[in-house]
Design a protein around this ligand. Structure first.
Ligand code: C2E
Ligand code: CA
Ligand code: CA
Length: 399
């Protein structure tokens, strides 16, 4: 079925009461929406280019509420209903509930305006998962309060050279001990924070804390090779107009340089969805801090796009790295990813190595850097300093 529809003046696109399987975008021309009430035609609204049509009946699943007729020659683009519904289904659940409530209110209101009045009908609840939504709002509120109340901490997991086991740097990982619920896994609260603006507050906290911790470690043992700090950031941070300035300022405050820090971002978060994100990615190249792709291999890997990025490392996801010794497919994927990193001339870091077998396999495959419980778990700053920074331990070979 063609997506382009041309209407001449007076031609009808659809009639009130028709069933529907699509919406439309009016590309050019003008149309009029009209309803038939008591046998009379009532024109409700004219619309020009850039309007969307037929969306209401798709979202409510009801027949067309009005008819649509061309006023001037009109060109329309047809969008299948399932494409609209799929997008609607992916919306933030709170936003979706707000839209569903407004749609249902509008539909009831216009129906009652044209029918006789009586007792107000009982509207269907649009919140199918109200407990879940309340929990989400509570978690977000608690997160903001928790940041102010010092409930958040950063932990540091060593990243080591696989060849000799010497420490190269660390990944900063956030920890939140909720006053009543106890430990909340970062996967859970980061996902909630990413739905809202709170993620920028968490990222700022991670940057400020980690840079300060790295500066304290340097001060404790200035004689040694500098370690790098790898910090997780979200796609939304990349779109912040002030992000690189903030990072630069935080580094300055702590006497650090961009080379001391690597930003870890997942593949999907690296596809710029705004002009700011694109500008930031370009600025990162000149700025000089590292950029690692996190969980590499689990995203949609647009290999051509990788070459465009100011990349300095790929991190092989635990699902492959921690499985390569036992599973032939994982083994091949890891081998391929190591080859790809060499091709792109970037570092490669294996994540989630837990056993000696994991370590030996990755070392044999030529992987340069690694982290995982085999070496150490994420540690508090004190424990990290004690194990890796103080002079007596600094040469500790972790492999
Ligand atoms: P990630 O960035 O992939 O971090 C690695 C995760 O693997 C961490 O989980 C780490 O504790 C865990 N891990 C490390 N070695 C091993 C191992 O040998 N075996 C196993 N099973 N796990 C290992 P964690 O700390 O629970 O963090 C989970 C995710 O939460 C992170 O995944 C990251 O996506 C997110 N996250 C954590 N901290 C931050 C943060 O400060 N900012 C942002 N934006 N996201 C964060
Ligand atoms: Ca990470
Ligand atoms: Ca990862």
């Amino acid at each position: 079925m063609t997506h382009e529809i041309l209407l001449q003046p007076g031609e009808v696109l659809y009639h009130q009461g028709d069933t529907n399987d699509c919406g439309y975008i009016l590309e050019s021309g003008e149309i009029v929406l009209f309803a038939t009430m008591d046998g009379r035609r009532v024109d409700t609204e004219r619309r020009g280019p850039g309007s969307i049509l037929g969306e209401l009946s798709i979202l409510t699943g009801k027949p067309r509420a009005v008819s649509v007729e061309a006023v001037t020659p009109a060109r329309l683009f047809r969008i299948p209903a399932d494409q609209i519904l799929q997008r609607f289904g992916k919306l933030d659940p709170v936003l979706r509930a707000c839209i569903e409530t407004s749609i249902s209110f509008t539909a009831t209101f216009s129906q009652r305006a044209s029918n006789d009045q009586g007792e107000a009908p009982l509207a269907q609840s649009t919140l199918r998962n109200s407990e879940e939504l309340i929990a989400l709002f509570e978690l977000e509120r608690d997160m903001i309060e928790g940041l102010q109340n010092g409930e958040f901490r950063m932990h540091y997991q060593p990243i080591v050279h696989l060849e000799d086991g010497q420490i190269a740097g660390f990944e900063a990982l956030m920890r939140w001990i909720h006053p009543t619920q106890g430990f909340i896994p970062p996967d859970r609260f980061i996902t909630v924070a990413e739905m809202t603006d709170s993620i920028s507050k968490l990222t700022d906290f991670a940057l400020i804390e980690t840079c300060a911790a790295l500066a304290r470690m340097r001060a404790l043992n200035p004689a040694t090779q500098p370690l790098f700090a790898s910090i997780n950031i979200s796609g939304a941070d990349m779109g912040r107009p002030d992000f690189i300035d903030f990072l630069s300022h935080t580094l300055d405050l702590n006497g650090l340089t961009p080379e001391d820090v690597k930003l870890e971002v997942t593949e999907t978060a690296l596809v710029p969805d705004s002009a700011h994100a694109e500008t930031n990615l370009k600025r990162l190249k000149d700025f000089g801090c590292g950029l690692s792709i996190d969980d590499f291999g689990t995203g949609y890997s647009n290999l051509a796009y990788l070459k465009e990025l100011p990349l300095t490392a790929l991190k092989i996801d635990r699902a492959f790295a921690g499985d390569a010794h036992a599973n032939a497919v994982s083994h091949s994927i890891v081998k391929m990813l190591i080859g790809l990193a060499q091709e792109l001339d970037v570092d490669i870091v294996a994540e989630g190595l837990e056993t000696e077998e994991d370590v030996n396999t990755l070392r044999r495959l030529g992987c340069g850097l690694a982290q995982g419980y085999f070496f150490d778990k994420p540690l508090t700053e004190d424990a990290f300093v004690d194990a890796y920074i103080l002079p007596r331990n600094r040469q500790r070979n972790v492999a």
